[in-house]
Design a protein around this ligand. Structure first.
Ligand code: ADP
Length: 467
């Protein structure tokens, strides 16, 4: 199902880019405009202060005509630009002595405050009655001995206008910039994410029957390459697990088919002809024997598959290993005796182990049973228990059987594996015994290994940790 466009990473990234750009640009422009405004206002105040000094020179007082100001701003070099001065002169008790024509009936403040214009200049911003924003500079000045306060103001309209123009131009420019950034980052993110889309498409085509396929790794070592490599590693493991599963179910059904076919044939043959009661009894007991083998096989299969899923819980107890080994040997003694074999059990070290006795006993029985099965009559089977290292115990089972070919040594612990010496099938083995032994030993944190050469017997060595 195609993702809606807002759910695409590329689109979301582009929108985020554009949003971040907008925020940065707004902050940047607002900052620039504020700095510009402050600088222009500082300049304006500077002019106003200079102008107050000029005005001081223009003010005169005569008892007849009173206070007179010689306005001169037409001659001022800056007059064309900003020096549209508003001027007001008052006595300290607030009586208006003079207002220039520009100020008219408006005022630059009422009765002077105590500190206004004292020690230099007082500078502030305000508004005239007609709403014009102004910078006002006040200064105490004595005109022919009479203390006055001169207030001079410049309109801030021009600098506010300049700032507004800057912001207006930016506001027009911003959407264009944002649109361009959106388009560019959309393209960039699309280009950057294109390999991911390729990987998605190819991964979608991989099914359980095509797990051998691999995603392309370009070798750049970038994140996408790493993703493809990780994906390939997962595919590799999946492929291996699927093959293992297929092999397991194939082998399992093969192993189950044979005893089932035997039982079925026995039944069919028995039905085809009349037999005596003794013959039927004999047949039923052979059928039961075959069914017993079948149920043993099923149990082993179940154990192996549960072990695979980690579903077999170990119930550990602390137990002496000597009696456990003797017990297993005693169980199989009759089989060995039947073949005239001699079983030697030597317990050099009888340590206590923390193990699940059921599984360790089973592991030893499987190996011992193989030894009896494969070794010739009248041969010796040795079971030795010794201390391996400080905290390890070794159990060695040695037989004088046909041995195992070097090329098979690494596979004897694999499931369903039987060597060509394979009397296993004939003796009812299905190649699961050693796999179960290996699982049990490894689940206890131990190791299992075999040393063998064709014609020279075999030694199976289990090493278990001593707690
Ligand atoms: P099986 O149930 O067939 O014996 P195992 O997993 O116990 O299966 O053994 C796998 C194969 O390893 C056997 O079929 C046999 O070929 C070989 N093998 C195991 N133990 C011995 C041994 N003591 N001597 C020679 N070959 C052995």
């Amino acid at each position: 199902m195609a993702a809606s466009w807002t759910r695409r990473i590329g689109v979301r990234m582009a929108i985020w880019h554009a949003a971040i750009l907008v925020v940065f640009m707004v902050v940047f422009l607002a900052g620039t405009a504020a700095i510009l405004f402050w600088q222009m206002r500082a300049q304006l105040r500077h002019y106003a202060i200079q102008d107050v000094e000029t005005v001081e020179g223009l003010v005169s007082f005569s008892p007849k005509a009173g206070l007179r100001v010689r306005e001169d701003y037409h001659n001022h070099p800056e007059s064309k630009r900003v020096l549209e001065r508003f001027l007001e002169i008052r006595t300290l008790d607030g009586s208006v002595l003079y207002r220039n024509a520009r100020l008219g009936t408006m005022t630059l403040g009422g009765i002077p405050e105590a500190a206004e214009g004292v020690d230099g200049y007082s500078v502030r911003s305000g508004r005239l009655e007609n709403g014009i924003p102004v910078t006002i500079v006040s200064r105490r000045h004595s005109v022919d001995g009479q203390p006055t306060i001169i207030r001079l103001a410049y309109s801030e309209e021009a600098i506010r206008h300049a700032t507004a123009e800057l912001l207006g131009a930016a506001a027009l420019f911003l959407p264009v910039m944002v649109a361009a950034a959106l388009v560019l980052s959309l393209r960039l993110s699309r280009a950057a994410l294109a390999p991911i889309s390729d990987i998605t498409r190819q991964a979608r085509e991989i099914t359980s029957s095509s797990l051998q396929q691999r995603l392309p790794v370009t070798g750049t070592g970038d994140e996408i390459d790493q993703l493809a490599a990780v994906f390939n590693a997962v595919l590799f493991r999946l492929d291996a697990s699927f093959s293992e599963l297929r092999r397991f179910s194939g082998d399992a059904s093969h192993e189950l088919r044979t005893p089932l076919a035997v039982v079925r044939t026995m039944g069919e043959v028995a039905l085809q002809r009349e037999s005596s009661a003794a013959e039927y009894r004999e047949l039923v007991s052979r059928m039961l024997e075959e069914l017993g083998r079948l149920s043993q096989l099923l149990e082993q299969l179940l154990l192996v598959s549960q072990a695979d899923e980690g579903m077999v819980a170990l119930h550990r107890t602390t137990i002496a290993v000597g009696p456990l080994i003797r017990d297993a040997a005693t169980l199989l003694e009759p089989l060995a005796e039947e073949k005239g074999q001699h079983m030697d059990v030597t317990i050099e070290c009888d340590a206590n182990l923390s193990i699940d006795p059921v599984f360790i006993r089973q592991a030893i029985i499987n190996i011992l049973h193989n030894a009896i099965k494969f070794a010739p009559g009248n041969s010796r089977i040795a079971v030795e228990v010794s201390r391996e290292r400080e905290r390890e115990l070794a159990i060695c089972i040695t037989d004088a059987g046909p041995g195992i070919a070097p090329e098979h040594l690494s596979r004897v612990f694999d499931r369903f594996f039987r060597c060509d010496n394979g009397r296993g099938r004939k003796d009812g083995g299905c190649g699961l015994g050693l796999a179960i032994s290996a699982w049990a030993v490894r689940a206890h944190g131990g190791t299992i290994a075999v040393e063998s050469a064709l014609g020279q017997g075999s030694t199976f060595r289990i090493v278990l940790p001593i707690p």
